[in-house]
Write a protein that binds this ligand. Structure first.
Ligand SMILES: Nc1ncnc2c1ncn2[C@@H]1O[C@H](COP(=O)(O)OP(=O)(O)OP(=O)(O)O)[C@@H](O)[C@H]1O
Length: 281
């Protein structure tokens, strides 16, 4: 790691602007992600959260602004290179290869680090085979055990429950050995038990793996329980940022987001999901 960057934020986003035709999806968005933190990006539908993620991972090119990751300006850095630098991402809608096994999906996450590359691995050159073997051990001993998915490693992803598929997606992202994990709605569509499991894994990813987390999530109970820092977007602009308790009290947030839906209902429904995980972790 760049020693100077160690003193500052792991991720620094400054004045990010992105437009689709006449729609300004992002309009001067600035925020930081501190190393070792769990930071959440929240906001009503259409606020610009996915646009931030797509810009961070390099799928969208902003018309203005800067993204600095670990001291390095990401301008012009393609998505694959960003992944190799340590920016890994999970997707709102599961993006696994459904016909492939859990293990094969996880191996794909690792390819961004393989010196030999997927082609050599396919050809089974001796160096690729050795690396493959080391990789397999690493995956089995660490990621699969950690995420408690040993019993399904040979199962095709399509045969798994939704909650397990989301867990496999997290496993694949971890196989990229990220320093910053971008989680896009990690508990969307999950039942309470699955949500509690995922909350516990996210806390452990930070605590045991030292991975910094930036998460987009609509489940307010989860966001408020897990986050160290919350950034609130509305109409492509940051309207508040701070500790969860501060953000919840912010009148602009209440007006724009928390007041716009049945958030109290949501909090009641999910209350304890993150706290239970926090206590268990
Ligand atoms: N590919 C695109 N083409 C045109 N407009 C887009 C595109 N992607 C996003 N937008 C627009 O940009 C704005 C921000 O959308 P974005 O998906 O980033 O919001 P979001 O906060 O992630 O919403 P949600 O919570 O519903 O996922 C919206 O007005 C949306 O319609």
């Amino acid at each position: 790691m760049n020693p100077e960057a160690a003193l500052g934020p792991l991720l620094s986003v400054r004045e990010l602007t992105l437009a689709f035709g006449g729609v300004k999806a992002l309009n001067g968005v600035s925020f930081d992600v501190a190393p070792g933190s769990i930071t959440s990006l929240i906001g009503p539908n259409g606020a610009g959260k996915t646009s931030v993620f797509n810009t961070l991972s390099g799928f969208y090119r902003p018309s203005a602004g800067r993204i600095v990751f670990d001291g390095q300006d990401l301008r012009g850095v393609p998505p694959a290179k960003r992944a190799a630098l340590g920016l890994a991402r999970s997707f709102q809608n599961i993006a696994l290869f459904r016909g492939m096994t859990v293990l094969d999906n996880i191996k794909l996450g690792r390819h961004c680090h393989l010196r030999t590359g997927p082609l050599a691995a396919l050809l089974y050159l001796p160096s690729a085979r050795r690396e493959e073997a080391a990789l397999r051990r690493d995956i089995e001993e660490r990621i699969i055990d950690f995420l408690e998915i040993d019993h399904i490693r040979k199962a095709p992803v399509a045969a798994l429950s939704y909650g397990l598929q989301k867990r496999v997606e997290l496993a694949r992202a971890l196989a990229m050995q990220p320093r910053l994990l971008l989680l896009d709605e990690p508990v969307a569509g999950m039942n309470r038990e699955e949500t509690e499991d995922m909350a516990r894994f996210i806390l452990e990813v930070r605590r045991e793996w030292g991975v910094t987390v930036l998460m987009v999530e609509h489940d307010m109970g989860m966001v408020m329980d897990l986050s160290d820092h919350v950034v609130v977007l509305n109409f492509g602009q940051v309207i508040a940022a701070g500790r969860p308790a501060e953000v919840q009290r912010d009148p602009q947030v209440v007006q724009a987001y928390l007041g716009s839906g049945d958030v109290e209902g949501l909090r009641r429904r999910f209350r304890g999901a993150g706290s239970a995980a926090r206590e268990a972790a």
